[in-house]
Design a protein around this ligand. Structure first.
Ligand code: SF4
Length: 399
């Protein structure tokens, strides 16, 4: 498995596969074809169906430093990956090169005809079973495992946590409406200001306002950390910030929790998918729930088995969750769903402790099941805005 730097990416929302991935693809083309004076981009699959709502065209136009043409091709015929971009480079009207990119989720890319891994594998263990076995053999916890395998990761994770907090602070300071036709008013600031700061009794409001702050920043194209994606970026930062404030965990402990969440997110990414276009929202917010639950379990000093149990439960109970954003915007159901799932993390972590020793299903088994379930999901429920809640587009009261 790759570095956690490939999982936690700091970039512009609202969708890692629709904004960060295509932005990276455009940069690769510009680098390889420096002499190009024009680019033509064909967006296929989910990128064509929801590219406008996810602002793929905006990001590409902004990234290319020369004129470009964007074509939305909604044909699904012989598509090898649900998020495909074909980019052609021209010089003086002559084609000088083309590449086909697959935006595989979380801002990561594969290039057709080129080796899959662009970076070296750092974690040689292939699944949670092997990771747990390494930890038991070395009398280590999941954070020790990460720091042993990836020595320079602590500094990067500090940067990640700083960025997460910065996004929350920014989101809590903003008024007004989110971009797009749905005319959604930002809620984070008002909710946060309604909390009685003396007693700080209303934990639900506090957690929800932190989640909303990030999710609203993401929806408006702000900078977020993929955890594991932009669309699901609200959960983990809120869990960490709230827990640190409430229980006074040190920054060092929070960095450990980020490492633990990263290991679990990485296993899902490599053995199934973190892409809504590939496997639905179970892959995005289901994985965000896993990352939140395992991070919190580590903060509470759970055992390896209890942490794995929390992660397994977090994914198991989101199996089949569809991706059906209305009007292709990462707003409904995405923003509220981040809040609901962050709140659910606390119950899952409690239950993992109560049910210790009764677990029958492993984390790896549920990851495999998620992948299979994703394959069975009709394309309408995989980030195409063709089914589910997206059908309600014309019935939304957007005044
Ligand atoms: S429904 Fe879930 S997977 Fe789909 S865009 Fe929204 S957050 Fe991402």
């Amino acid at each position: 498995m790759e570095s956690l730097k490939e999982l936690y990416k700091i970039g512009r929302g609202p969708s890692s596969s629709h904004t960060i991935g295509p932005e990276r693809a455009a940069k690769i083309m510009m680098h390889r074809y420096r002499e190009a004076d024009f680019f033509k981009v064909e967006l296929l699959g989910s990128l064509a169906f929801t590219g406008r709502g996810h602002r793929t065209d905006y990001v590409l136009t902004k990234t290319f430093q020369v004129p470009c043409q964007i074509i939305f091709n909604e044909s699904l015929d012989s598509l090898k990956h649900p998020n495909t971009l074909k980019i052609h480079a021209y010089k003086q009207n002559s084609l000088i090169g083309s590449l086909t990119f697959y935006s595989i989720g979380g801002g990561s890319l594969e290039i057709e005809g080129e080796p899959k891994k662009q970076v070296a594998d750092i974690y040689h263990e292939k699944n949670m079973k092997e990771i747990v076995s390494w930890c038991k053999k070395n009398n280590a916890n999941f954070a020790d495992y990460v720091f042993e395998k990836e020595e320079d990761i602590k500094e990067y994770l500090k940067k990640v946590y700083t960025s997460m907090n910065h996004t929350i602070d920014k989101g809590l300071s903003k008024d007004g409406f989110l971009p797009g036709k749905l005319h959604i008013q930002r809620k984070a600031k008002d909710l946060y200001n309604s909390i009685d700061k003396e007693t700080k009794e209303n934990d639900l409001k506090l957690i929800a306002s932190y989640v909303l702050a990030t999710a609203e920043q993401n929806a408006s194209g702000g900078i977020v950390v993929t955890a594991p994606t932009c669309g699901a970026s609200g959960v983990l930062p809120a869990i960490l910030r709230y827990s640190q404030e409430k229980y006074h965990f040190s920054d060092e402990k929070i960095i450990e929790a980020l490492a633990v969440a990263g290991v679990f997110g990485n296993v899902v990414k490599h053995n199934a998918s973190i892409s809504g276009a590939e496997c639905g929202c179970q892959a995005e917010l289901g994985t965000a729930c896993v990352m939140g639950a395992t991070a919190l379990s580590h903060l509470f000093e759970y055992s390896l088995d209890q942490i794995e149990y929390a992660g397994e439960m977090a994914l198991e109970h989101h199996l089949g969750l569809t991706c059906d954003p209305i009007d292709g915007m990462v707003q409904i159901p995405c923003i509220e769903r981040n809040v609901v799932i962050a709140l659910r993390v606390f119950n899952i972590v409690e239950l993992a402790k109560l049910f210790t020793n009764s677990r029958k299903i492993s984390f790896d088994m549920v990851v495999e099941t998620m992948k299979e379930t994703g394959k069975d999901l009709n394309y309408k429920y995989r980030e195409t805005s063709e089914g589910g809640l997206a059908r309600l587009k014309d019935q939304i009261d957007n005044k």
